[in-house]
Design a protein around this ligand. Sequence first.
Ligand code: SAJ
Length: 418
Amino acid sequence: KKVCVIGLGYIGLPTAVMFANHGLKVHGVDINENAVKLINNKQLHIEENGLQERLNKAIDEGNFTVSTKPEQADVFIIAVPSPINEEKKANLDYVREATKSIVPYLRNGNLVILESTVPPRTVEDVMIPILEETGLEIGEELFVSHSPERVIPGRVFEELVNNDRIVGGINEKSSEMTKNLYEVFVKGTIHITDATTAEMVKVIENTYRDVNIAFANELAKISENIGVNVWEAIKLANYHPRVNIHLPGPGVGGHCIAVDPWFLVELQPDVAKMIHLARTINDGMPAYTANKVKQLFAEKRIAHGRVAILGLAFKGNIDDMRESPSIEVIHHLEKLGIDYTAYDPHIKENKLERQTQNLEEAVNHADLILILTDHNEFKEMLPEKIEGMRSKMILDTKNCINRFAWEKAGFTVVTLGD
Ligand code: SAJ
């Protein structure tokens, strides 16, 4: 069997390599010529644990080819970005273009699978009309389904195999064919439904998380005002067998949780009120964090204070800075006229003007350490080793440091939500 994978990013490339490692012939396609060139040379344009070895194996065994153009195959998998635009509306251009690009290669009996996260109804309303241009009868000669990716960056290969998988075909035959394909490597249960329900399932998983985090962020603000430590309160509440509250923080980053809820808001703006409000609350956290810094400086009568920001990635122990709340916090600090340096041990390139490549330089002459990402390096940081600060203050937005150790070393410790 031959599979053609369109889009070789964080999802497409690991998926393509996985099929190739299981003996299928795979052709990968990307419009980014540089990425294609790199992959053909067994080099990576993205980081993912275990990807390099698997890519080498796929190419060495002759099961994986890559180019900028699709080829005829039995199955076509589309795994391209589906971002939102400035108006928070879904940009389906990549999905549309990818679907158009395979039309000339589709033959009787082929299966087309969409893996990208999309607003419910995209397969039926956007893809099917394009696929009809093949002249093939949809559901009889050409089979179509949505099987959303649900893997977490950093643990993609583990989750590709072990997570349950949702398969939503436009008809029973499409679902059956899709299930048979993924069974090659998926050990989790494969659940069958229709295409639109599958789209909905994926979007509501991420929306659930966003709404839950917004709830936690609201609880953090309430706790600050009434003298409660929200982290302790949430921990205790979660011992209840039917309670699972997420954790507050300086904002929600990444290209999934902060994006997908907008798909529902766009579809049903008059109904999706709580979802919209949750997005607004989470998007407001970077400004809230920057204002907390301003307040602290005012309370301590620090004029022209400088902040040492620790953490630029959008979450702990990854190297991905896209849509990171840290960028927004910096933006708000700049608006408030507050000076800063920024350091992240996982971001090796200098992507920001005031970025440093070591902790010592970042904290030198700073008045406040501001932790925005819970990297292990920051959790394990020793306060006695911190030198050269003008005032000894630390604001921990992730509740990830040992408060007592820092207080013992003479630091004023402030935790978000406490
Ligand atoms: N965050 C909080 N509080 C929490 C949990 C997370 O503030 O309690 C923040 C993180 O710091 C980060 C953001 O939310 O900035 C998103 O991080 P995440 O770990 O929740 O999610 P992602 O974006 O890395 O991956 C999610 C996953 N979805 C779910 O867990 C439901 C993953 O399984 C999906 O495959 C992925 O989105 C995707 O591609 O859609």
